[in-house]
Ligand binder design. Structure first.
Ligand code: GLY
Length: 569
């Protein structure tokens, strides 16, 4: 064993047991968090969702049938994170064509929305309006996206792939402690709307851990979608009920917004690092480009000694994060609406400019990186899953309704909980959101525009073959979590399991703070503080789900920080 690998293993074993250097313990439970398979692997944070995916393969379906079934089950099981009132992204390597395709089924602003939507009469930002209530909701994309992708590539019938979700909504399930916590935290918002009270409350109180959670209306809506396809959601009774309810609550949505909604097939972001090819999600996500910008800046910098928690490497990686996030604030928005300098941001010249800052012997302040004020936003309540099959079909999908319980409105009689994705727009240049991030004019509200996202489904290839699929929930932190996991794989040579378990850190330029997980090595933290970093210890909830593929060998790893479920067949 060469010295570099030996040292890496020693460092990692201290981190993974989380008592190295005095840091706190993670004690990962790997019993459900890793799996191998000959035919198929899946990693999610939900046993039911992973089982639904696996069931599709057992029934003779393919990976896209599994994608659809898993998505719908998550939409039923995690109303605090995702749902048919939300949207998402898929990055898919289609083995038959060898192509990687990106699907954008992100929510879209109603046509009548404009850049004053979240401003009060005096011009100040009305922060609550973009988070709760009808104005906060974009036109949902999840149903259209899943069904279009399933139509294109699926093998089983639509009815078969929606069935597990209908059964789960109909029979219900016990509220978990995590679910109960989010309900308690969201009680006031949810209590404002009749449909939400009917669904989430019992005897005037939010449901508690162990209570049965049934969604009969949602089961009926899913049955309609199962019979009629996208028209069951975007036209007819359900669409009208949704539009009328939003309208009654002061929303700008029209039936035409629903009828006209379409998912978009996009060209993925493609970059390289250390002989690997990395594919990411293009705008309206910032994720693919930011992850690649961080990699581009670091590739020429040679993270010399190969030690992921060496203070110099963490310092350089942090500056690469700061510079990328500063660009996000200035330039990013829906590229269908703005003049977006994608080629410049991904160019070697641009990376070389950023790289000059890496020589700094101390922490750099936000103003030293950029004096721009803009920076987008985002919450942390999202789902991500990854899948692979034996033919080399590989996918990564991230889906969300944005904040916990989206805009808090369940449309009465439908079970549909609407998103609050409009909060991912910039209410005004320089305004910050719930998560302390700011927005620029590139991401201002416009009719039919899609709000900027951080969701970063990622595929990594070597020698033209897929190797890994990964991604995570958790707002802006997704980008650093995915970038670090990618570096752990392609720079530090870790296994997928170690790459996912390794302690994480996050810097998003503004606020001017370096966040580290509680089990980040204490020695490195002290050294970073000595360089001038303002360090915040936080548990911020990224949960990276990854799969790895090589001919005849499929593995899945789900982040042991959560309720991991990796399954193989
Ligand atoms: N709403 C979180 C994101 O799209 O990044």
């Amino acid at each position: 064993m060469n010295l570099r690998i030996l040292v890496l293993l020693l460092v990692f074993s201290s981190c993974s047991h989380m008592n190295g250097g005095g840091s706190k313990a993670l004690h990962p439970d790997w019993s459900k968090a890793q799996a191998t398979g000959d035919k198929f692997v899946v990693s999610t944070q939900s046993e039911r969702a992973s089982q639904a995916g696996k069931l599709m393969i057992e029934q003779g379906g393919n990976i896209i049938d599994a994608f659809a079934a898993t998505s719908f089950v998550l939409a039923v099981e995690e109303p605090y994170a995702t749902g048919i009132g939300g949207g998402g992204f898929l990055l898919f390597r289609h083995a038959a064509t060898g192509k990687v395709v990106a699907y954008d089924f992100r929510e879209q602003a109603p046509a009548k929305a404009g850049d004053k939507l979240f401003l009060k009469a005096d011009g100040s930002v009305d922060a609550e309006r973009s988070k709760t209530g009808a104005h906060a909701a974009g036109v949902p994309g999840l149903v259209a996206g899943i069904l279009e992708i399933h139509n294109l590539y699926g093998r089983l019938s639509r009815e078969k792939v929606i069935k597990p979700a209908i059964e789960l909504a109909e029979s219900g399930f016990k509220v978990s402690s995590g679910f109960a916590y989010t309900l308690k935290e969201s009680k006031d918002r949810l209590s404002k709307y009749r449909g939400s009270r009917d669904l989430f409350f019992k005897n005037g109180e939010v449901l508690k851990e162990g209570d049965l959670f049934q969604q009969k209306d949602l089961a009926e809506t899913l049955r309609t979608i199962s019979k009629k396809g996208r028209d069951g959601f975007y036209k007819g009774k359900i669409a009208w009920a949704t539009v009328m309810y939003l309208h009654k609550n002061d929303g700008l949505h029209t039936i035409s917004d629903f009828v006209r909604y379409r998912p978009k097939k996009r060209d993925p972001i493609k970059g390289t690092y250390n002989g690997y090819t990395v594919y990411g999600m293009p705008p309206p996500s910032s994720g693919g480009i930011l992850v690649q910008q961080i990699l581009n800046t670091l590739e020429g910098a040679r993270l010399g000694n190969g030690m992921p928690f060496d203070v110099d490497n963490v310092h350089k990686t942090t500056i690469a994060m700061q510079t990328a996030f500063a660009d996000r604030g200035k330039y990013f928005g829906d590229a269908d609406f703005i003049d977006f300098p994608q080629a410049k941001l991904l160019s070697e010249d641009w990376a070389a400019e950023h790289r000059k800052l890496l020589d700094s012997k101390r922490a750099l302040s936000a103003d030293e990186i950029s004096t721009a004020k803009g920076f987008p936003k985002e919450p942390d309540h999202t789902v991500h899953f990854s899948m692979a099959d034996q033919e080399g079909n590989v996918l990564a999908s991230t889906q969300t309704i944005n904040g916990w319980y989206g805009n808090a409105m369940v449309v009465p009689g439908t079970g549909i909980l609407m998103n609050n994705e409009m909060d991912d727009f910039s209410a005004a240049p320089g305004a910050s959101n719930l998560f302390g991030a700011y927005g620029s004019a590139a991401n201002k509200v416009e009719g039919r525009k899609r709000p900027l996202s951080s969701m970063s489904p990622t595929l990594i290839f070597k020698n033209g073959e897929p190797r890994y699929a990964l991604g995570s929930p958790n707002g802006t932190r997704i980008i650093s979590c995915v970038a670090l996991t990618t570096l752990n794989l392609v720079e530090y040579g870790m296994s997928l399991k170690n790459a996912i378990a390794a302690p994480r850190y996050h810097h998003q330029w503004r606020p001017d703070e370096l966040w580290v997980e509680p089990y980040f090595p204490t020695k490195t933290k002290d050294e970073l503080a000595a360089l001038g970093y303002k360090i915040q210890e936080k548990t911020w909830g990224c949960k990276v789900q990854g799969v790895s593929w090589s001919p005849g060998k499929l593995s899945a790893v789900a982040d042991p920080r959560g309720s991991a479920s990796a399954l193989g067949l």
